[in-house]
Design a protein around this ligand. Structure first.
Ligand code: NDP
Ligand code: MG
Length: 392
């Protein structure tokens, strides 16, 4: 029996994780569930999955959750705040932590789970983008098992040999990172200037939270994933190529020196990578329908359009600059995406904000978590000021 904490249980990945877990009550039990604003949903999840602990951010949300649970006779204990998040990520009773909080808020609790040597199912790519060096060092030091949930990285993991940390020695020459191209594939910058948040969040193939949906529309998501792949698979950015594949059936590929290319295919449903990582190295049923190749009929591939999607280039640049440049990129992007969702800036101004922040700050090599958080704050402050300038 694996005992699991789900960070970000009320989100899209959290819900898919609970769906897979519920199919295997003999294998998985829920230790803790965490949420932020969706208190009613969290209460329902606690009751349904018999969580021992539920964590929210603030005291007011905690009292509201306690009341809801009391009314149903649910025995889940409610705690709040960042320390509580770290406690349920590192508790001795926990075997596995699903890291599915969105954005920089996921870094500290995920790192707590890594340091405690838990099996980590990593959806929160932002924590690797912000603090990849630190994060991977902590994984090595604690012996934590790190399994990628991001569909592309999960696909690559499945196609790599077991000794992939020495990719060069194991005959791997290149990683091919799939990208759907998002809802605005084929559009020019001018056409994208007036798109609404709902248009940007209407992904053609995947149903996801709003932040990652906007990132997918701007291709920043692919940029963040490139940085994520460098850290996860110990590869240089020059060994990774982005391939636009609109059907989202091939989730990514690995090219070997002998000319072989291995790919992982499947319907676009996050329950496949979640089930893979939960059961690894075994396999379990995920609830995802079998892939019907005759219905799909064709698979297309294109080069990414860097001109119309400048966020991808900005992420390549930040990856090349290294140091805290990826943390700055990530923070500026989070602030800009939120401003776009709040209808304070246009979709194409997201790239402008990130560009202005990356070029307006000096980079340094972070020597620990405090330094990473300082870079994150500095970038948030700079981009918020720039957005205020745009607005005035
Ligand atoms: P959602 O927005 O659907 O869910 C985010 C979760 O994080 C919710 O549980 C939310 O709580 C919680 N949360 C948000 N802000 C905070 C905060 N400040 N402190 C604590 N908890 C917080 O996002 P997704 O599930 O789509 O994505 C989660 C992560 O997984 C992201 O990093 C994303 O990049 C990654 N990912 C997602 C994929 C997908 O298909 N959805 C695919 C690949 C990666 P509440 O809702 O209660 O406010
Ligand atoms: Mg992905």
């Amino acid at each position: 029996m694996q005992s699991i904490t789900i960070l970000g249980a009320t989100g899209s990945i959290g819900e898919s994780t609970l769906d897979v877990i519920a199919r295997h009550p003999d294998k998985y039990s829920v230790f803790a569930l965490t949420g932020n604003t969706q208190i009613q949903k969290l209460a329902t999840q606690c009751l349904l999955h018999r969580a021992q602990f539920a964590i929210v951010n603030d005291a007011a949300a905690a009292s509201q959750l306690r009341e809801l649970l009391l009314a149903t006779g649910c025995k889940t204990e409610v705690l709040h705040g960042i320390e509580a998040l770290c406690q349920v990520s590192s508790a001795v009773q926990v075997d596995t932590v699903m890291a599915a909080i969105v954005g920089a808020a996921g870094l500290v609790p995920t790192l707590a789970a890594v340091k405690a040597g838990k099996k980590i199912l990593l959806a929160n790519k932002e924590s690797l983008v912000m603090a990849g060096g630190l994060f991977m060092q902590a994984v090595k030091a604690s012996g934590s098992v790190l399994l990628p949930i991001d569909s592309e990285h999960n696909a690559i993991f499945q196609c790599l040999p077991a000794n992939y940390e020495q990719a060069a020695l194991s005959g791997v020459s290149k990683l091919l990172l799939s990208a759907s191209g998002g809802p605005f594939r084929g559009w020019s910058l001018g056409q994208m200037a007036a798109v609404t948040p709902d248009q940007a969040c209407a992904h053609p193939n995947w149903s996801m939270g709003r932040k990652i949906s906007v990132d997918s529309a701007s291709l920043m998501n692919k940029g963040l994933e490139l940085i994520e792949a460098c850290w996860l698979f110990n590869m240089h950015a020059s060994q990774i190529e982005v391939v636009v594949h609109p059907q989202s059936v091939i989730h990514s590929l690995v090219q070997y020196t002998d000319g072989s290319v291995l790919a992982q295919l499947g319907n676009p449903d996050m329950r496949t990578p979640i089930a893979h990582a939960l059961a690894w190295p075994d396999r379990i049923e995920s609830g995802v329908a079998d892939l019907n190749l005759f219905e799909i009929a064709r698979l297309d591939f294109e080069q990414p359009d860097i001109k119309s999607f400048p966020c991808l280039q900005l992420a390549f640049d930040a990856a090349a600059a290294a140091g805290d440049a990826p943390a700055i990129l990530n923070a500026a992007n989070e602030v800009a995406v939120q401003a776009f969702l709040d209808e304070r800036i246009s979709f194409t101004q997201i790239a402008e904000v990130v560009d202005n922040t990356l070029s307006g700050l000096d980079y340094s090599e972070p020597d620990g978590l405090d330094a990473v958080q300082e870079s994150d704050l500095k970038a948030r402050y700079h981009s918020a000021n720039y957005i205020a300038e745009i607005e005035s």
